[in-house]
Design a protein around this ligand. Structure first.
Ligand SMILES: C[S@@+](CC[C@H](N)C(=O)[O-])C[C@H]1O[C@@H](n2cnc3c(N)ncnc32)[C@H](O)[C@@H]1O
Length: 341
């Protein structure tokens, strides 16, 4: 029996390694023939997924699956009376609960809660602040301060969750950006944050270069860490500072511009149109709008952009990302630009 790549003190199990593309089908097959050992978590290594098996010749290390008992049931065991949260957000080793999820309890046993959820840190989520910096207002309740690191759609993010926002609900948009045909493109991410769109574009798209514009120091820190961790720093230039100063320096360079600021990115629309190559390109306009604007806002926005230069502008796509507040939606309008003559 060969033992491969031990983690210290980790449990071992026989395994099979399969390329990522085949992972879903293999998991189903192994499960259906009763060979998949579900007490362990499959893990990634290079371009493969390693599945733990009940039988096999070679062994490697695995982590135990977080819990085989529904964490909602475990929370109810800890708090047999009174309210327990029904939902939470997981960012790496941190679990964030909605504010006041545990009612008026004096001192909940946070370490039991952390253990029940397979987390090291617990915090309360609070609404993201409404300033342009979109700072996180999460509060730490158990464990230590410091960055979280986690993978989403094969992209590694690393940032200080108590300073910087991360909207798990925008996963569909991050995936959509990652799936666009961006081969050899030069892209400007005008509100880059920690790389919400910059990193998926660099990791998944065959992008030539991303110019990432960002002005908040803590976000710039997370962005640099993310670029290094995903080993894509050679294809990205960070432009630190207000994009009203940095965007004019990028006139005529971009095939695509991402304007990911809520509630509105309008302050940079004119500069974004100027930063497109003379041959044209695409701009992704993020905005919060009321659902009764769904019919008119795309057309009105297209007309505004037409007034910014000698462009024919086309509506390529209108994406409703998620509900933001009652009746109000985070939307993204993809506009295509072609020179008039
Ligand atoms: C938090 S992100 C938006 C998140 C992202 N759109 C998402 O959906 O997950 C917005 C970022 O834009 C940055 N920002 C806002 N105004 C800016 C400006 N004028 N110049 C450069 N960066 C700016 C903020 O610092 C923040 O990091």
């Amino acid at each position: 029996m060969t033992l491969i790549g031990f983690g210290p003190n980790m449990p071992q199990a026989p395994f099979v390694a399969v390329p990522r593309e085949e992972a879903k089908k293999t998991r189903e097959n192994l499960d259906s023939i009763g060979l998949l050992d579900t007490q362990f978590k499959p893990r990634e290594e290079d371009d493969c997924i390693l599945f733990p098996l009940y039988e096999g010749d070679e062994e490697t290390w695995f982590e135990y699956a977080i819990t085989r008992i529904d964490p909602h049931i475990r929370l109810r065991e800890i708090f047999p009376n009174g309210p327990v949260p029904k939902k939470w957000e997981r960012l790496g080793d941190l679990v964030l609960f909605p504010l006041d999820s545990f009612g008026q309890r004096e001192q909940p046993p946070w370490s039991d809660v952390a253990q029940a959820l397979g987390a090291k840190r617990i915090g309360y989520q609070a609404p993201i602040d409404k300033s342009v910096n979109r700072t996180s207002q999460a509060v730490l309740l158990h464990g230590s301060q410091g960055n979280v690191t986690f993978q989403e759609n094969h992209v590694t993010f690393c940032f200080d969750p108590f300073s910087v926002m991360f909207s798990s609900g925008n996963l569909t948009e991050r995936k959509r950006m990652a799936s666009l045909d961006t081969k050899n493109e030069v892209i400007i991410d005008a509100y880059a944050g920690i790389g919400y769109y910059t990193l998926p574009l660099l990791v998944h798209g065959d992008v030539k270069h991303v110019h990432a514009l960002e002005m908040t120091p803590k976000s710039l820190e997370g962005l640099s860490l993310g670029l290094e961790m995903n080993q894509v720093q050679d294809r990205c230039t960070i432009h630190a500072g207000d994009n009203k100063d940095t965007l004019p320096l990028l006139e005529g360079v971009a095939d695509r511009v991402v304007l990911g600021l809520l509630p509105s990115s309008e302050a940079s629309w004119k500069l974004a149109a100027r930063s497109l190559k003379p041959s044209g390109g695409c701009i992704h306009v993020h905005m919060n709008i009321h659902e009764n604007q769904f019919a008119n806002w795309p057309q009105e926005t297209k007309k505004l952009f037409e007034a910014y230069g000698n462009w024919n502008v086309f509506i390529d796509h209108f994406e409703k990302v998620k509900s933001y507040s009652p009746g109000v939606w985070h939307v993204v309008l993809d506009l295509g630009f072609r020179p008039k003559n």
